[in-house]
Ligand binder design. Structure first.
Ligand code: NAP
Length: 258
């Protein structure tokens, strides 16, 4: 299966890395970009980067569109005639609907169409990717590929905005929490690298506890809180400083308008 990723930036690169990590041969994946040259991290995985979108998509079975949203029409429209029959186009562009993508592609040659919203953790196959598609056939192709990159959430396009905030932006919000923990560790005299590693593992462990058990997060919190103990004192201090409100406000501020 030949996979072409239009755009070799943060997201295109993350998808390519995730696919290779998931066992897709690097020789089956080609990325394209506007400038010349192959980024070092992609070259190290044996990935090829080209500047010729039309030549690359001609034999492609799956084409990921990973350019900035305002470039999608400009990039896709000239490719509509070059795509082979039965190829599947999966766009990651935030805020660009299936209807808009279909307008760019036209009906030519039965090209299948889907839309995905991944986060950058797909590079390590532990991402979250929302998936919506025009047809069951396109959905099957999308799930078959992005299902190898972590959790997939099949949903209507009306959910994409919330998932963009929760997972696409949320990964940076979570990293800010990690950085805050690291800063607290530093103030306690723990070296930055050690504090960062400890708190990252704490966050990973906390997430695993909830994902593994299916428990409500508060059930796991109560397990750790001894009555009158240090943990609940810390949690109540966090709340007095506006913790939950700040997280909710932050994620709501990251909700796309469209
Ligand atoms: N970053 C995220 O966390 C995230 C999450 C979810 C969805 N997305 C979506 O992913 C898309 C890409 O975002 P990004 O953050 O990866 O942007 P980015 O890092 O700026 O990468 C954009 C890539 O597109 C390439 N490009 C520009 N014009 C092109 C053309 N005509 N043909 C082929 N490639 C072209 C650029 O080439 P050069 O390398 O030469 O500049 C660059 O490699 C956006 O639509 C965004 O909404 C991003």
């Amino acid at each position: 299966m030949k996979i072409v990723i239009l755009g070799a930036g943060n997201m295109g690169g993350a998808i390519a890395k995730g696919l290779v990590r998931a066992g897709v041969p690097a020789a089956d994946v080609v990325l394209t970009r506007a400038s010349a040259g192959t980024p070092e991290d992609l070259a190290a995985l044996g990935l090829r980067v080209s500047r010729d979108n039309a030549a690359e998509v001609r034999e492609a079975d799956v084409v990921f569109v990973a350019v900035k949203p305002w470039l999608v029409s400009q990039v896709l429209q000239p490719l509509a005639g070059a795509l082979k029959a039965g190829a599947t186009v999966l766009s990651v562009a935030a805020g660009v609907s299936l209807a808009e993508l279909r307008q760019d592609l036209g009906r030519a040659k039965g090209v299948r169409l889907g839309r995905i919203m991944p986060n950058t953790a797909v590079a390590l196959c532990c991402g979250v990717t929302a998936v919506a598609a025009e047809t069951p056939e396109a959905l099957e192709v999308a799930q078959g590929l992005v299902g190898r990159l972590g959790l997939t959430v099949v949903c209507g396009e009306d959910r994409f905005g919330a998932i963009t905030a929760l997972s696409g932006c949320g990964i940076a919000h979570a990293l800010k929490f990690l950085r805050a923990g690291q800063e607290a560790g530093l103030e306690m005299g723990v070296p930055a690298k050690m504090a960062g590693e400890i708190f990252a593992q704490v966050m990973k462990g906390a997430a695993e506890l909830v994902l593994h058990s299916g428990n409500h997060p508060e059930a796991e919190v109560d397990r750790v809180c001894t009555p009158g103990g240090l943990t609940i004192k810390g949690i109540n201090a966090m709340e007095r400083a506006g913790f939950t409100g700040a997280v909710v406000e932050g994620l709501l501020a990251s909700l796309p308008e469209k």
